[in-house]
Design a protein around this ligand. Structure first.
Ligand code: SUG
Length: 448
């Protein structure tokens, strides 16, 4: 049976703004308070989806969330009508209003961890929504994420959904941003690679000193158990705490994997040799030939990786078996990174082509091509069971482009977030979107 890796990209929501909300994420902190352009952000994302579809990849779309999140503000004690809740939060606690307006659900690599059916004990595709509990503005995403994923992957014969892990730092879980899967073919059993930043219960694992490690070993282990993965099909590895302290807040900022290949920075992990040997051995037992490309620090420093997002790229398999790397414009702007990429594609290795995309609106908040997509490996039968409304087609692209142009603003500043009209605009747009994507009622304003 044929199998595919489907990329579901997060559609940027109408409240995209630069709130400076993510301590440890260099771009988010340095672009705080700048005016954003939600319309441009959404169109840039749609263009990437369309380009991948045009190249022959199966592409899906994941809906944004209702913002401002009035219910989150109510849970913090702001009361009255929706407009009064927003007005009071703006007056008394602006950072909370900003957090409740974040369009951060666009970075769907953090929406969930997904295990394909070939790896799981019950032969279904498993999803665990990420609790994202390191940051308040992200911790409020998972209830709606679960409803949206449930509406996209509704068929219980093929899809199993798990609620987010307990909402405490000991089980901090950031979803697929710290998870990669190696395999020979997408439909065959593979090796799932979980990367954590610290351990909550075992002090033998070193932790970063300056910035938070968002993913714990215990969270990754819990997800592997929930999904029914076997011991032979998983590898757990620790991120190098010193790169977290240099702004690598998720592993997908310093490594990306696809098929049998791991493309990573030399300094990405702790105990790298041992980890590579384990990956090699476990994939070999599944008939695969694990390979890795380590980018040396004397060619690309960690700082260059963080600024350019070289590793936050999409590594895609082409029909001829070679691979294509989708990188952000910032890679071309960095001479060392660009030179490295020229050498990489000329070397005759597995990565033969690089394609550049302008994702500046998302990049300025620390979200590159890989952050914007959730990978779901599916066989033909499973793909046929996905809600067809969320699979990208040329007409859907046109409809979504018109929808963005109709509803989105082209500038948003912090002062605009207090405008109760923004909530109405957002709800009107999302109500229409659920009809376009055939999701049914998934937003709080539609179900309460
Ligand atoms: O969680 N930025 C996101 C970026 C997430 C990137 N995702 C992956 N690497 N997979 C984060 O730090 C910034 C929001 C603001 O500051 O307005 C933000 O949430």
């Amino acid at each position: 049976m044929k199998s595919f890796e489907v990329n579901f990209d997060g559609l940027v929501g109408p409240t995209h703004n630069y709130g400076g909300l993510s301590f440890g994420n260099v771009a988010s902190q340095s672009n705080s308070q700048q005016a954003s352009n939600p319309k441009e952000a959404a169109l840039q994302g749609l263009e990437k989806m369309k380009a991948l579809m045009d190249m022959g990849f199966v592409q899906g779309v994941l809906a944004p969330q209702e913002r401002p999140d009035v219910a989150a503000l109510r849970s913090l004690g702001f009361a009255g009508t929706d407009a009064q809740v927003i007005e009071r939060a703006a007056k008394e606690a602006m950072p909370l209003l900003v957090a409740s307006c974040s369009a951060s659900s666009m970075w769907v690599a953090n929406a969930a961890t997904v295990s394909p059916s070939a790896d799981t004990a019950d032969g279904r595709v498993h999803f665990t929504a990420a609790n994202l509990n390191c940051k308040f503005h992200r911790s409020i995403e998972h209830p709606t994420t679960s409803r949206v994923l449930g509406a996209m992957f509704a068929d219980q014969q093929h899809f199993a959904h798990h609620a987010a892990l307990p909402a405490v730092a000991q089980f901090g879980d950031e979803g697929a941003a710290n998870h990669t899967r190696f395999c020979r073919e997408y439909g065959e059993a593979g090796v799932e690679f979980f990367v954590f930043g610290r351990s909550a219960f075992d002090s033998r694992y070193p932790a970063p000193q300056k910035y938070p490690a968002r993913q714990t070993l215990e969270a990754s282990q819990a997800v592997a158990r929930l999904h029914g993965l076997s011991e032979e099909g998983v590898v757990f590895a620790q991120q190098n705490p010193s790169v977290i302290d240099q702004g690598v807040f998720h592993n997908d900022v310093i490594a990306v994997g696809n098929g049998e290949l791991l493309f990573h920075h030399q300094d990405a992990f702790l105990n790298t040799e041992q980890m590579l040997a384990e990956l090699h051995g476990k994939l070999a037992a599944r008939g695969g030939n694990f390979q890795s490309i380590s980018v040396p620090r004397d060619q690309v420093a960690v700082e260059d990786a963080v600024r350019s997002y070289l590793f936050n790229s999409q590594l895609l398999s082409r029909a001829d078996g070679s691979m294509l790397l989708i990188v952000p414009e910032e890679c071309r702007a960095n001479p060392r990174v660009w030179q490295y990429l020229q050498g990489l594609t000329a070397a005759g290795g597995p990565i033969r082509e690089v394609k550049v995309f302008d994702l500046k609106q998302s990049m300025q908040n620390g979200g590159g091509p890989a952050c914007l997509r959730l990978r779901v490996a599916l066989n033909e039968t499973e793909l046929a069971a996905v809600n067809p409304g969320v699979i990208m087609t040329a007409p859907l692209y046109d409809t979504l482009t018109r929808w963005v142009n109709k509803h989105y603003r082209d500038a948003l500043r912090e002062s605009d977030l207090a405008d109760p009209q923004l909530l109405l605009e957002c709800r009107t747009a999302l109500d229409e979107l659920t009809q376009i994507l055939k999701l049914g009622a998934v937003y709080p304003f539609q179900i309460n």
